[in-house]
Design a protein around this ligand. Structure first.
Ligand SMILES: [Zn+2]
Length: 76
């Protein structure tokens, strides 16, 4: 059964889910993947923890920093 092409895709969905609701189909895929994939279960836990703690720690408060040396533009 090929739920995801990769755990990378699962991680993308997990990250996305923290910011916005996922499609029902994506939710299902992610849940199923997480049931089967121990690795992604741990990633999800870490992400959830980080997402809760980050605002308190200011980890994601990067907008105030003017990046003097921006990385090369990516075209995704
Ligand atoms: Zn996985």
């Amino acid at each position: 059964m090929n739920i995801f092409h990769s755990c990378e895709r699962a991680a993308e969905l997990m990250s996305q889910a923290l910011d916005e609701p996922l499609d029902l189909a994506d939710q299902m895929r992610l849940r199923i993947h997480l049931k089967m994939c121990r690795n992604c279960q741990e990633v999800e836990q870490q992400m959830a923890t980080l997402h809760i703690l980050a605002p308190q720690l200011g980890l994601f408060d990067l907008d105030k920093n003017d990046d003097p040396d921006p990385p090369m533009a990516k075209t995704d």
